[in-house]
Design a protein around this ligand. Structure first.
Ligand SMILES: [Zn+2]
Length: 387
């Protein structure tokens, strides 16, 4: 009688081969869900529920800040930052007698996917990107109008989206050519200086000119913690100018990591807490919105249809019970050993390239000393020069 033949391994292999795709598919679906939960904070997942609890607990610890007073400049690297970060606060400042000005540094003409979706185009040619820039500027006019900001308080500089960092650090004197629009100067009408070259010097001068004419009491600028390089460059520029003008500076956050803000989507009933990485060593404040302010903020966000078509859940996630402000650690006049009036009264900046429209104030010796200590010899010679 022949010995029993052992089980045929081939069939086992076949079974394993049949099961393997299902296992892979299950693991893949699980991974996709986890990533989606991480990014979106879906409330129906355990991770989402704990996220909501964490957001509520962290926000509750933050001190509440009341409205800001006086003339307030909001530095907006792109059309929509002003509405997302401070759409409620900007309404309140005006309702309480303050004045709000918004400076858009770029026209948002570097978002290729946005150009394709907005113009239903397969390609995003330089011409399409310029069209997008004009489109987003109009959206910004509509949104700020809905927030009650007078249109003559809106300034567009027209610098290149995703180019500010390079302009400020590498192209300070030599114009940068935008890889998206292929132009090296401001191409838009309705800007502060059409045709201005894309250099760091020009950007600094134009923004300085706006500061000079407004003489702000308060500056709202992106934080250094922001993940977008345009925003960080705006933080450097704004900090220097706020310091120069003795204006109070507050930071805001828009890009706090792919997972922030959590949860994504419209959750008006939830607070907004800062991203974890920006909590180290700083004290964010929260400004509380009324339901009326939320309603107008929603209307202003709807003005940004080009953005809503691409990143709707990110946009809606900024409509919350509160907005976030981080007081900047700029030393007070008292800490610097100066009289308060010495810092706040004189406006010492005169743009080098463009003559100011009003008479240039006298520079006080103590202010020049402050500048020299704070910004170095190069900046001192520039801002206190005779031209
Ligand atoms: Zn932005």
């Amino acid at each position: 009688m022949p010995p029993k033949s052992p089980p045929r391994p081939v069939s086992v292999l076949k079974v394993q081969k049949r099961r393997l795709p299902w296992k892979r598919l299950t693991v893949l679906l699980l991974a996709i869900n986890l990533v989606a939960a991480f990014i979106n904070g879906w409330s129906w997942l355990p991770t989402g529920r704990s996220t909501v609890r964490k957001v509520q607990q962290q926000a509750a610890k933050l001190p509440v800040i009341s409205s800001l007073k006086g003339k307030v400049i909001f530095i907006s690297p792109h059309p929509d930052d002003e509405t997302l970060a401070a759409g409620g606060l900007l309404q309140d400042i005006q309702a309480k007698g303050g004045q709000v000005y918004v400076v858009f540094l770029t026209s948002g003409d570097g978002f290729a996917l946005d150009a394709r979706v907005t113009h239903r185009s397969v390609t995003a040619t330089p011409a399409e990107m310029l069209r997008l820039g004009n489109h987003r500027m109009q959206e910004a006019r509509n949104a700020t109008q809905l927030l009650g900001i007078p249109q003559d308080h809106i300034y567009f500089l027209g610098f290149p989206d995703r180019g500010l960092n390079a302009i400020y650090l590498q192209n300070y004197l030599t114009p940068l050519t935008s890889p998206f629009t292929k132009v090296n100067h401001v191409p838009y009408s309705g800007t502060v200086k059409p045709g201005a070259p894309y250099t760091g010097r020009e950007l600094e001068d134009l923004l300085g000119e706006v500061f000079y004419h407004i003489s702000p009491d308060v500056v709202l600028a992106p934080t250094f913690f922001d993940g977008h390089p345009d925003h960080r460059t705006a933080a450097y520029l704004s900090t220097r100018l706020a310091s120069l003008y003795g204006a109070r500076l507050y930071f805001y956050m828009v890009h706090g990591g792919v997972e922030w803000p959590l949860p994504k989507g419209l959750h008006q009933e939830l607070p907004l807490s800062p991203p974890q990485q920006s909590l180290q060593g700083v004290q964010w404040n929260r400004y509380l919105l009324t339901s009326e302010q939320q309603t107008r903020k929603i209307a202003a966000i709807k003005a940004y249809q080009s953005q809503l078509k691409v990143i709707p859940r990110f946009m809606w996630a900024f409509v919350r019970q509160n907005e976030l402000l981080l007081p900047a650690p700029i030393p007070s006049a008292h800490e610097l050993g100066l009289q308060e009036s010495t810092v706040h009264t004189p406006k010492v900046h005169a743009p080098k390239v463009h003559a100011p429209k009003v008479q240039r104030p006298t520079v006080q010796a103590s202010t020049v000393q402050l500048l020299s200590e704070s910004h170095g010899a190069a900046l001192r010679s520039r801002y206190t020069g005779s031209d």
